[in-house]
Design a protein around this ligand. Sequence first.
Ligand code: V47
Ligand code: SF4
Length: 375
Amino acid sequence: MKSNKTEELIKKINPPPRIKTIADKILSGERINEREGISLFLETDLGLLGSLANAVREKRHGDNTYFNRNFHIEPTNICIYNCKFCSYVRKINTEGAWEYSIDDILEVVRKYKGQSVTEVHIVGGVHPGRDLHYYGEMIRRIKEIRPEIHVKAFTAVELEFMIKKAKMSLEDGLRRLKEYGLDSIPGGGAEIFAPEIRREICDEKASTDNWLLIHETAHRIGIPSNATMLYGHIENYEHRIDHLSRLRDLQDKTMGFNTFIPLKYRKANNHLSYIGEVNAVEDLKNFAVSRLFLDNFPHIKAYWPSIGRQTAQLSLSFGVDDIDGTIDDSTKIYSMAGAEDKNPKMTTEDLVELVKEVNRIPIERDTLYNHLKVY
Ligand code: V47
Ligand code: SF4
């Protein structure tokens, strides 16, 4: 029924033949190519783009809108790298640097005793002194306290370093972490894959090939993961489509990605501040094109601490079916980069309300998208 509405809209708008062909392809479930993806960004009316992305979203998920109850731990912001967009990184013994011990972290985990959180999300800087066994031990001890909790931890960038430091092969390292209790891998560190942009914004850390290889290896041994894209800085639409295309190719091979999370570049206190930030229209366009291009990704997630609550709410009509950032999102990545919410917290009730306000159905899920409760 919704696609009929989209067809009516197409008739009304009467887009150029090229856009009409792309829209027809999408509505009949055919895959679009890179050139068509770029045309969606450059030439498509925002209303039509939203309507197409919404048709695809509703075909997959109806009105279902997922969220989970998680909390974040950021063990350290000390990092050997110097990504130009990062507002969070500090060097050892400088003002604002933190490094929590395993005991400090276990204290945080104990704080959630009795609360029905299902996931802990752990990411941080690449600390020169900590290897796979240090972090493995951290996971093992977290699970001693909360055996049932899902541990989603470490970006491919952190994994590359900690595995190398432990002098293990990539596959052996990931297997060892799985034995320690690692359940899945978050999507960070992907930034933009196109080499000419990666060289400019984060030259030193894991290369595009390594990021993709780490996720491919993880999927092969049964560790699912997410993927992200940092957008709205010096990249253009071709770079974004190239990024999505590399992810779509890997997903064809492994089907190990759960969700794609576009992350909006925030400008405060970093070396790219002069660029400024893109507006909400760009955010919505980006969600919609991601939904339309990534036809083999089950979910598209809006991470509200990066875009704000209102854009997250609007994104539910532009292809997004999942909202992240509940309970106690103590991440400092966005508060230090200038997000409006200095202490991004949203209770389950707030989030349920936000979803219901736009007539969608809030569904609490676990990390692997098993339904836990319909609100
Ligand atoms: O890789 C750093 C980004 C990422 C800035 O998998 C910035 O469920 C905007 O990956 N402006 C880490 N973004 C966070 C991340 C994530 C977040 C939520 C959910 C999941 C998931 C993963 O944060 C980094 C980088 O792309 N980032 N600095 C900044 N100034
Ligand atoms: Fe380090 Fe990550 Fe910041 Fe890059 S984005 S400097 S890898 S903490």
